[in-house]
Design a protein around this ligand. Structure first.
Ligand code: FAD
Length: 475
């Protein structure tokens, strides 16, 4: 009783997790609605994440390529950058995709309820409605009853508490708005998001400093790959301050004055025109009234789930950034399908062995499964095969002979259990390594697979051939 509308399935949040779950649930016959506060579907990924960043990184890559082709006797003039037109281009990419999603929701008869949702009890959500064109509340409220629910409310950028509010200080969402190209920019946090944005802004003309608390940029991939990346990207940075913390920011008329502490810290405050806060993202678990539904939320805001994506309340599922690391769109989508299928009564569980990670920088860095560092830390016996792109015809032709493809094999079973690729299109190529791992392929399987020549993808096969050399059981 007391509900304005009632559904078999209500999905809270319309990011890649949420819309994938809703579409799958509807396809499996459940009467489904999505609650979303944004005016468009797609969540962080489409509106302020994966897609806009890649639209800008593509432009940056074109500029970079044009600048480096002079070694081939081709000289372009320095590009003129029309920031307003570039912003429009990026927004056009987003609206094409969000418009497509909206059409797909309609085609499946998935209702979209616009507003902020929070639980009232284990079977009701209240939605404070938004205008449909903005995130502003209209004052109207609606109670939505559900038989089952999937929480897909995602995450938000962490804002350091001592950093003042100032239009020159942005998080990734602000950086993607592309309001200005500063002369001097500080990137707080040397993770993927920070380095992708550093790539965009530096290509558009900004000088960049990066400050990172850990002892290296880009946690995740092996250091040999990051070293290649650093060498190719050295031209962007004035300073990379490792093992260093930002401790104070003062917003003055003449700039943002920043104090640092740690191994890389300059003695005096440094002046910047713009600061990007990209020191991590936090789940939205504590913002949805989960306790009213009896759903347990961990201390840091993550919602624990089982392999079927069920929370402690069996008819309420959770997926995507809100359940844990890695906070990646393809992980959210995979979990979405599991949750929707289980909710529809199908047998499904999360049993992917690996989740790939990619920095879509120039060059790209992609890794999946075991790294050498992780194997070493766990005392796992592995064999490593590394194919340097200096021996790839296509890489040399493309001016990318600095890259490499590395495969990691279990020393006992000889199955591939990891891979790292650095170079242009590494993110596209890592998919083959993911498939090989999921299928239990060994070096022979990959090496004897005929790859097209000459391609960068061929280097995966060549790395496997390198591994053949160390295998004793080969013909
Ligand atoms: P989200 O996409 O965060 O969606 C959650 C949705 O829920 C949002 O639309 C939000 O408005 C809505 N919501 C939250 N609370 C409520 C509420 N109470 N009521 C109503 N609606 C609510 N990942 C990749 O895999 N590849 C990339 O290249 C990549 N690039 C990125 C670049 C940037 C700059 C950022 C910030 C992230 C990037 N990510 C990337 C990460 C990716 O965006 C996330 O992993 C992904 O969006 C998570 O999907 P999700 O469905 O869990 O949540």
């Amino acid at each position: 009783g007391g509900a304005d509308v009632e559904y078999d399935m209500v999905v809270l949040g319309a990011g890649p997790g949420g819309y994938s779950a809703a579409f799958r649930a509807a396809d499996l016959g459940l009467k489904t609605a999505i609650i979303e506060r944004y005016a468009t579907l797609g969540g962080v990924c489409l509106n302020v994440g994966c897609i806009p960043s890649k639209a800008l990184l593509h432009v940056a890559a074109v500029i970079e390529e044009a600048e480096h082709i002079d070694t081939a006797g081709i000289k372009f003039a320095k590009p003129t950058v029309d920031v307003d037109a570039l912003r429009k281009h990026k927004d056009g990419v987003i609206s094409k995709l969000t418009g497509g999603l909206s059409g797909m929701a309609k085609a499946r008869k998935v209702d979209v309820i616009r507003g902020y949702g929070h639980f009232l009890d284990p079977h009701h959500l209240e939605v404070e409605e938004t205008t449909g064109t903005s995130q502003d509340k209209t004052g109207a409220k609606k109670v939505v009853k559900f038989k089952q629910c999937i929480i897909a409310a995602g995450s938000a950028a962490v804002h350091l508490p001592f950093i003042p509010k100032d239009p020159r200080i942005v998080d990734s969402t602000g950086a993607l708005e592309l309001r200005q190209v500063p002369a001097k920019m500080l990137v707080i946090g040397g993770g993927i998001i920070g380095l992708e944005m550093a790539t965009v802004y530096s290509t558009l003309g900004a000088r960049i400093d990066v400050v990172e608390m850990m002892d290296g940029l880009m946690q995740g991939p092996d250091r040999d790959a990051v070293k290649v990346w650093e060498k190719q990207n050295a031209h962007r940075f004035d300073k990379i301050m490792l093992k260093t913390k930002t401790v104070a920011v003062e917003a003055k008329d003449d700039g943002l004055w920043v104090k640092f502490e740690g191994e890389g810290a300059p003695a005096e405050p440094v002046r910047y025109d713009m600061i990007l806060q990209s020191a991590g993202r936090a789940p939205n678990g504590k913002k949805i009234g989960a306790d009213k539904a009896g759903v347990i939320v961990g201390e840091r805001g993550f919602i624990p789930v089982d392999a079927q994506m069920r929370t402690n309340v069996p008819h309420i599922f959770a997926i995507g950034d809100i359940i844990g690391q890695p906070m990646l769109a393809h992980k959210a989508v995979h979990e979405a399908h599991v949750a929707a299928e289980v909710a529809a009564g199908h047998k499904a569980a999360f049993d992917a062995t690996v989740i790939p990670g990619v920095a879509y920088t120039h060059p790209e860095v992609a890794w999946v499964g075991y790294t050498e560092a992780q194997a070493k830390a766990e005392g796992k016996k592995v064999e490593t095969a590394k194919f340097p792109w200096a021996a790839s015809g296509r890489a040399i032709a493309n001016g990318a002979d600095y890259g490499f493809t590395k495969l990691i094999f279990d020393a006992e079973t000889h199955r591939v259990i990891g891979g790292t690729i650095v170079g242009p299109s590494a993110g596209d190529m890592i998919g083959e390594v993911c498939l090989a791992i999921e299928m239990g392929a060994d070096a022979v399987d990959i090496g004897k697979t005929i790859h097209p020549h000459p391609t960068l993808g061929e280097t995966v096969g060549m790395a496997a051939e390198v591994a053949h050399g160390s295998c004793t059981d080969l013909p």
